[in-house]
Each structure stands twice: as C-alpha cells, then as structure tokens.
Design a binder for this molecule. Structure first.
Ligand SMILES: CC(=O)N[C@H]1[C@@H](OP(=O)(O)OP(=O)(O)OC[C@H]2O[C@@H](n3ccc(=O)[nH]c3=O)[C@H](O)[C@@H]2O)O[C@H](CO)[C@@H](O)[C@@H]1O
Ligand SMILES: C=C(OP(=O)(O)O)C(=O)O
Length: 429
C-alpha cells in the first residue's frame, strides 16, 4: 500500500489547476445508462472512483471509449459512453463495496429497462449512510423494491409513473437517482426538498442536453416532465469545489500564496468566507481565485457543516486541520454525517488540541504541529492529514493513500509544483 511522506514547514507558492469534480462526474457517468445514444463527458478527472464507475458501467454492457480506445479503466479526459444495450442489470457487491456512489445506477437502469439489482452499499467510516430515501422515492414512482441476499431488487415492468415526492431531508444521492429515474417516467414528477448542491445543477444541465424536461434548476423544487427517450449529448464536468477548497486551505495553512485556476470562486464561497475570517486574503482573478496568508497568525473561526450553500461536510476535516494551528479556539460542528471525526485521533498524534463533544469538536490552536506517522480511514480525513503535514515541523507519513486517490488527482505533484516537500512512497503495509 502506498503512503505519502511530507516534510512540513514550506509556504506554498504557485498555481494549482482544479480538475473536474468526482461528485459531479459519478452521477453523470450513471446518466449514460439512460440513453441508447452516445453520451460524451469531457473534463473527466483521473480518480480511482471514476475507474470503479467505468468498470461498473462496462459490466452492465456500456461501451466506454476513452480518447478513441476501448477501456475498462480510464486514461484520458474525454469518455464516450454507449449504452446501446444494457446486457446485465446487476451491480455486484465487489464493485459497490468499493464505492457507495454505485447506487446511482439503480434509478437509470430501472427507468430504462424496468429492472435493476444493486448490492446494498452498507455503512462506511463516516456513518451508516442508509439508502432509504432513494428506495422510497423509487417506490413513489411505482417501482417494486425487495431486499434479498444483500441486494436491492427493483422492478417496474410497466415503467415508472410521475409522482409528487416530498423528501423528509436533503439527500444529494437520492435527488440524483430520482432525477434520472423521473426523466424517463410517464408524466410529471415533483421533487420537493431536493438537494441544491452544484453537482445536481450539473446533472440537470447534462440531462437537459440529453432531451430531459426539467424545471427549477438550483432550487429545492425540481419538476421533471418525463420523456419517452433521451438522446446523446456532450457535457463538460463541473470543476471540483472540494479539491479547490482543500488547496485553498493548503495555501492558508502554510502561510503561502496560491492561485487556483479553472473554477469560478463562487463555487467555494462558503469556504472562502471562513478562510477570510481565519485571516487569509482572497482575491478573485480572471482565471480563478488567489489565496494569500501573509499578515500575522491564523485566527480561530467556527464552522458548522450544512447542505449547500452552507459549509460542505466534505471540507470539515480540512478546515479542522487549519484550526489546529490558529490562534484561539474554534468550534467545528458536523451536522450531515454522524461519525465524521475519524481524523481527530490522528491530528492528536501530531500535537493538535481537540476535544470532542458529540457532533462538535472544540479545537484550541497550538503554535506548531509536529510530524508523525498517521493513517486515515476515509477520503477527506486523509486530505486533512496531508494539510496538517504541510504545516507541521518535521516528517509526516500518511498511510492508506488509496483513500486520497479516490478523490484527488496527482495530489503530490500539484503540491510539489508549489514548493511542498512531498513524495509518494510505493509499497509497504
Ligand atoms: C458521490 C457523492 O456525491 N458523494 C457526496 C454525497 O453523498 P451522499 O449522496 O451519499 O450524501 P447524502 O446527501 O445522501 O447524505 C446526507 C445525509 O442523509 C443520510 N441519508 C441519505 C440518503 C438516504 O437514503 N438516507 C439517509 O439517511 C446520510 O446518511 C447522510 O447523513 O453528498 C454528501 C453530502 O454533501 C457528500 O459528503 C458526499 O461527498
Ligand atoms: C464522502 C465522500 O464521497 P463518497 O460519497 O463517494 O463516499 C467525499 O467525496 O468526501
């Protein structure tokens, strides 16, 4: 298993290009199942999760063509998906267990061919993450759902029917699954309390380009007028706001000066606002956003994770790393997932002062972290440890880098290009 070694203490300076978003690309790939024509996605990031989704689609019979060559993995940034024939409607445990977003093939397959079997994703390091809202919504659309042998078996032999679905709380994945399913349902579906995350807007734009009729983009009520068939389209994946937020913090935590390019700063407004409160200078540039920290120490700033446009849960661990070296105290409250503090014991190993009280962490800043061997159990916990390592005195080795590879393309190369002393060590336990 690979690990990453960081020798901390160098201010980062330079330009960091931001790639396409994992969380936009995954539902867009699943949308390829909705049409017999070709869906072409551009600006696709190179990430382990994308490879897993491409493998899943390939075993459903989707021909995935990367930059001209057939591929079960992914090598380029342009991927053509051709789901002329769906030859297998089962998403097996072996792939679903690697990546929970595999559940996103359920709605599209059910809508397109009237049946799907998807392994139940199960819990993960950040929480139990049930899929009840996905299943209840599909039942509202007329599907029959059974759970058997660890699999969700969904059928709709006479197709799906439009319905008024009121979601009791906001779910990104359920909104995406239901949007895709309702696009091919008979009649109109109203999705109340839909997620408004930018990745949902990106999916709506792609579905619309494929011929879907959807009103209410970027609002909490989506109205979908089902159509008999969707056609091919070309769509560019939205930039990754979590990758961008992570590098913005890398600039701030090292007392550096970085410019993130290829994204609209508005996409990370809630994170930039907190960085300013913590003492960073933010400037919107013509190609992205610049983050500079050159005036005195960082200051404690409280954050509470919320659904969009609030502070994202996927940035909570990274912001906590920043607060470990800020002057004063900060309260970091997690409201989306029940167990998303797995980074805390590892940050303790680097000298951080953090006390957990239920869903909140009280972080009292220390003057300096010290490097240590650390290990993370999920993606954003891993990136928070990389950030802590960049700021720490001495050497930090972050193991289980496969978590990072799910969501950050070439993290060590991007940071090294800005002056970080960071190396990937291959092999080891
Ligand atoms: C691939 C992808 O886009 N992943 C993102 C997506 O995950 P994901 O779509 O899984 O997250 P949800 O928005 O669905 O989850 C929000 C909360 O609702 C709960 N819940 C969800 C569905 C359900 O049927 N029942 C239920 O109880 C979850 O356990 C969680 O506590 O949104 C999360 C919240 O912004 C992000 O952290 C993830 O990075
Ligand atoms: C939790 C995340 O992803 P996933 O939903 O794919 O586990 C994430 O991107 O931080």
């Amino acid at each position: 298993m690979d690990s990453i070694r960081i020798r901390g203490g160098r201010p980062l300076e330079g330009i960091i290009p931001i790639g396409g978003a994992k969380n936009a690309a995954l539902p867009l790939l699943a949308a390829g199942l909705l049409t017999a024509d070709t869906l072409t996605l551009t600006n696709l990031p190179h990430l382990a999760d994308i490879t897993t989704m491409v493998k899943l689609l390939a075993q459903h019979g989707v021909v995935c063509t990367m930059n001209g060559g057939h591929s079960g993995g992914h090598e380029g940034r342009v991927l053509a998906l051709d789901a002329g024939q769906i030859t297998n409607t089962t998403a097996p445990y072996d792939l679903v267990r690697k990546m929970r977003a595999s559940i996103l093939v359920l709605g599209p397959m059910l809508a397109r061919v009237g049946e799907a079997q998807v392994s139940l994703p199960g819990g993960c390091a950040i929480g139990t993450r049930p899929v009840d809202l996905h299943l209840k919504g599909l039942e509202d659309l007329g599907a029959v759902i059974e759970l058997e042998g660890g699999y969700i078996r969904a059928t709709a032999p006479r197709g799906l029917k439009g319905a008024h679905i009121r979601m009791p709380f906001v779910s990104v994945g359920a909104t995406e699954n239901l949007l895709m399913a309702a696009s091919l349902a008979d009649g109109t579906t109203i999705l109340d309390n839909a997620a408004r995350e930018p990745e949902i807007g990106d999916l709506v734009r792609c579905l619309t380009a494929m011929g879907a009729r959807i009103e209410g983009i970027d609002t909490e009520t989506l109205t979908i007028h089902g159509v008999a068939r969707l056609h091919g389209a070309e769509h560019s994946v939205l930039p990754d706001r979590i990758e961008a937020g992570t590098y913005a913090i890398a600039g701030a935590i090292t007392g550096g000066d970085v410019e993130l390019t290829g994204l609209d700063a508005a996409l990370i407004a809630s994170v930039l606002e907190k960085l300013e409160e913590a003492g960073a200078r933010i400037t919107v540039t013509d190609r992205g956003v610049r983050i500079v920290r050159d005036q005195g120490p960082l200051r404690g700033a409280d954050v509470m994770t919320q659904v969009y446009p609030g502070f994202p849960t996927d940035m909570q661990a990274q912001f906590m790393a920043l607060m470990t070296v800020a002057e004063g105290a900060a309260m970091v409250t997690e409201t989306i997932f029940e167990n998303r503090f797995m980074h805390v014991p590892e940050l303790h190993r680097m000298g951080a002062n953090i006390v957990l009280h239920g869903a909140s962490a009280l972080v009292r800043g220390v003057p300096k972290l010290t490097g240590a061997p650390v290990m993370a159990t999920d993606l954003r916990a891993s990136s928070s440890l990389v950030l802590a390592g960049l700021a720490a005195r001495g050497e930090t080795v972050v193991s289980r880098v496969y978590h990072l590879d799910r969501g950050y393309e070439n993290i060590e190369a991007k940071l090294a290009a800005c002056g970080a002393d960071i190396t990937r060590l291959t092999g080891g336990a």
